[in-house]
Design a protein around this ligand. Structure first.
Ligand code: MG
Length: 254
């Protein structure tokens, strides 16, 4: 009886450890490809949450009149975000009838649940680093005001933006996207991890190991073929960012 209990405990522990080490799914711009929700819409976030993915990524820009809004491109259906007011952006709609979400609306939707993390990409402002850093400050203030620190992880291509987030908060999760820095440099800057294009990890095939040795988190984008997914699952990368969360789920849960 005692033996059986021990065996059960061991099996359970092994299973839990394996589960903890398994790569986690981040839906890129929400779950949009097979749900037909527009990318970065509230609907795409709701779809990602329905799929119980580990995280749902979205992109945030600052408007001319200092409103943080969620969209991938620099323009929202032809209107340049950095030089348009929020009011002007409201004249355009997503095909599903949604207006451009503010970061506040988006986060509030995400905060209705606790399973799916909100992966907040702060976009580099094309008007210059000052505007980017202002967007960092506003993003941080917003997350703090909404008491969303535990649910939000920041990612950015701008190294200055990452450093500013770290300056504002010693504990925030901040991952660098630009792929031009080795794990040691990210560690020295006290960032939380690297979130690099798949080609970068393939070219520098020891970076995942190096990052893990430094206790940095590892994330790869944007992985859409099952062959590439398997490549990164085999290397035990922490997170896989994908437009195909449904196929990645099937691969991880055969
Ligand atoms: Mg993004």
């Amino acid at each position: 009886m005692k033996k059986l209990t021990l065996a059960t405990v061991l099996l359970l522990t092994t299973t839990l450890v394996a589960f903890a080490q398994q790569s986690k799914i981040i839906a890129h711009r929400g779950a949009w490809k097979h749900t037909h929700a527009p990318q970065n819409s509230i609907a795409s976030l709701q779809e990602a949450i329905k799929q119980k993915v580990w995280g749902s990524e979205f992109d945030v820009h600052l408007t001319k009149d200092d409103i943080l809004v969620v969209n991938h491109d620099n323009d929202f259906y032809g209107l340049d975000i950095a030089t348009s007011t929020y009011e002007e952006l409201l004249t355009k709609k997503h095909p599903n009838g949604e207006s451009i979400p503010t970061a506040e609306e988006y986060l509030k939707e995400g905060l209705k649940q606790k399973n799916t993390k909100l992966i907040y990409e702060l976009k580099t402002n094309r008007l210059g680093v000052e505007r980017t850093l202002q967007a960092v400050q506003q993003s941080y203030d917003l997350v703090k005001r909404l008491k969303a620190k535990d649910m939000v992880e920041f990612i950015a291509f701008s190294y200055e933006a990452c450093l500013k987030f770290r300056e504002l908060d010693k504990k925030a999760k901040i991952h660098y996207l630009s792929s031009d820095k080795a794990p040691q440099e990210i560690y020295n800057a006290q960032l939380s991890g690297i979130d690099y294009h798949l080609s970068v990890f393939k070219k520098n095939n020891d970076w995942i190991k190096q990052a893990k040795a430094l206790k940095l988190k590892t994330n790869v984008w944007t992985v859409n073929s099952t062959e590439d997914m398997q490549f990164f699952i085999d290397r035990k990368i922490d997170y896989i960012t994908t437009d195909e969360p449904e196929s990645l789920y099937k691969l991880l849960n055969p």
